[in-house]
Design a protein around this ligand. Structure first.
Ligand code: ADP
Ligand code: MG
Length: 255
């Protein structure tokens, strides 16, 4: 183990039937940095994020977060899968923000943020509520605490989803195309919230096609294609002076 990475992905392989979707992924995410993952549709971006929080079992390789193996334990030179409740405990510290928000529709915005800290971490309800109000203020939605998700715009729902992820004080936030389901005029407000988190040193892995955001916010850009990391480095390198033809071709299309 390198000892400096918040997220360490090593030799990760994942196949679905005959399709090998991840073919040996290595990735290090330093604490307090933002990694943007780019790549064509079907290149394995979502599978990689899901591998990080063990929503997918790995065929080979491992993931560590803050030094802790995710989803497995070492047992006599092999990796054994952890019991489900252990995985759930680990997952509480890995905030996941989905393309389609996944809010609880039957709960108010505030209760969406309170549910997991109370249920999973045993935080007293009043304390969780106070913290939830702070987080809603942080994402600019203090006045929506008592609204139901369906009353909110997509951009507002996604900001609630981000606040909900933060309520568990995650070590890492994972975003899977957080703005892809939004009308164009709502993308900016969500990216602004993520930028604000970046400024305050939140460790994040963000799958997105927003190249302007990547250029402005990413410490590292990773270009994934065919289940391998084709190229990675600072945005000025990967986006403006890509070394690989596949990266150039992708950026040519994405621009
Ligand atoms: P991306 O997010 O880059 O678009 P994904 O990681 O979602 O790519 O998918 C990579 C490939 O794996 C795609 O071909 C997809 O169809 C396939 N795939 C993803 N999840 C599953 C699954 N649960 N079962 C079978 N195939 C899957
Ligand atoms: Mg995807």
């Amino acid at each position: 183990m390198s000892g400096t990475a918040m997220v360490e992905v090593r030799g990760v392989h994942k196949r679905f039937g005959r399709l090998e979707v991840l073919r040996g992924i290595d990735l290090d995410v330093r604490p307090g940095t933002v990694t943007v993952v780019l790549g064509p549709s079907g290149s394995g971006k979502s599978t990689l994020l899901r591998a990080v929080n063990h929503l997918e079992k790995l065929d080979r390789g491992y993931v560590r977060v803050d030094g802790e193996l995710i989803g497995y334990r070492q047992a006599g030179g092999r990796l054994r899968e952890l019991p489900e409740r252990e995985v759930l405990r680990q997952r509480t510290r890995l905030g996941f923000v989905f393309q389609n928000f996944h809010l609880f529709p039957h709960l108010t915005v505030l209760e969406n943020l309170v549910e997991a800290p109370v249920g999973a971490l045993g935080v007293p309800r009043e304390e969780a509520r106070a913290r939830a109000r702070e987080l809603l203020a942080r994402v600019g939605l203090a006045d929506k605490a008592d609204a139901y998700p369906r009353r909110l715009s997509g951009g507002q729902q996604q900001r609630v989803a981000i606040a909900r992820a933060l309520a568990l004080e995650p070590k890492v936030l994972l975003f899977d195309e957080p703005t892809s389901a939004l009308d164009p005029e709502l993308v900016g407000e969500v990216l602004d919230v993520i930028k604000d988190l970046a400024r305050t040193g939140t460790t994040m892995i963000v799958v997105t096609h927003e190249l302007g955001f990547a250029r402005e916010v990413a410490d590292t850009v990773v270009f994934l294609d065919g289940g391998v990391v084709v190229e990675q480095g600072p945005p000025a390198q990967v986006l403006d002076a890509p070394r690989h033809e596949r990266t150039r071709a992708f950026l040519g299309k994405a621009l």
